[in-house]
Write a protein that binds this ligand. Structure first.
Ligand SMILES: Nc1ncnc2c1ncn2[C@@H]1O[C@H](COP(=O)(O)OP(=O)(O)OP(=O)(O)O)[C@@H](O)[C@H]1O
Ligand SMILES: [Mg+2]
Length: 268
């Protein structure tokens, strides 16, 4: 069972099933009756081999793929049939590709203003007045990347790491209830990945937003978050938090990976 401190979970996914290309030879059951719950302020790290269904789970939560079966609730809202754009203010995402989260032809401050508009009613415009610029500067300063002095720089001129860090700020500026990170440091060199990961930890701690982060980096998986979830073949096969999570080592995790994969093969 998942950890929700006995209270009502923030995110409640039940019996999620998705098959891609149903009825044809290469049909793929990406989610296979998956149950997943997440409490307020929980930070879950999701790991699992290629094709385990991790991205599909995040896509289902954000609404960019539709479910064959199952329900998704966030707080008091039933998201199951809610259009993705209507989830946009509640759930935000950062992807692996630094190019996908930001608009290259716009400046840093324009990107932040656009992100701030997300999920607001039509007609709301985040005007770039001096107090808003001061706020953006303060936010950018928290990244320690020097971006606070470059508000009017075009995003196309930033490095991949700077763009990912900006994408992270943009994902949080609309104060979402849930943050989804899909291997958001995987395309960066190790040093930059560590900087963006540290920015992630700081931002999540400061905002207390409930978070699901996918990673293939075992060290990040162990050092980050309050809970670790392993997926295989469209299901959760291992779910730990607290002292058990804190005692994990990369070696133990890799070992368990193997065991679970073997078991899945034996059963399947
Ligand atoms: N849009 C799609 N159309 C067809 N098949 C898809 C689609 N998206 C995912 N799949 C398939 O669903 C399964 C789960 O894919 P998913 O991308 O969720 O895996 P993942 O755990 O994120 O893997 P990775 O670690 O490689 O990113 C895979 O077999 C994949 O090929
Ligand atoms: Mg993926």
């Amino acid at each position: 069972m998942t950890q929700t401190d006995g209270g009502k979970p923030l995110l409640d996914c039940r019996g999620l099933e998705i098959t891609f290309n149903p009825g044809v030879a290469d049909a793929r059951k990406a989610l296979d009756g998956l149950d997943f719950m997440l409490a307020e302020r929980e930070f879950a790290v999701a790991i699992g081999s290629n094709g385990a269904g991790k991205s599909t789970l995040l896509n289902a939560i954000a609404g960019s793929v539709s479910l064959d079966r199952g329900t998704i609730r966030l707080g008091d809202r039933d998201l199951t049939r809610l259009a993705p754009y209507r989830r946009a203010g509640l759930i935000t995402r950062v992807f692996q590709d630094p190019m996908s989260g930001t608009a290259a032809g716009m400046t840093i401050e324009e990107n932040l203003a656009l992100a701030e508009q997300r999920g607001r009613r039509r007609g709301f415009r985040a005007h770039l007045n001096p107090s808003r610029r001061d706020r953006y500067r303060d936010l950018l300063r928290t990244l320690s990347l020097g971006l606070e002095d470059r508000l009017t720089t075009q995003v196309a001129l930033l490095s991949g790491g700077q763009r990912q860090a900006l994408s992270l700020l943009m994902a949080l500026i609309s104060k979402p209830r849930l943050l989804l990170l899909d291997e958001h440091t995987a395309a960066l060199d190790p040093r930059t990945a560590d900087i963006v990961m540290q920015a992630t930890l700081d931002a999540v701690r400061q905002t207390d937003v409930a978070t699901i982060m996918i990673t293939h980096n075992m060290r990040h998986a162990i050092e980050t978050g309050t809970r670790l979830v392993m997926m295989d073949a469209g299901r959760v096969v291992y779910d730990v938090s607290g002292a058990e999570k804190n005692s994990l080592t990369p070696e133990a995790l890799v070992e368990r990976f193997k065991i679970d994969n073997d078991r899945m093969r034996l059963n399947g």
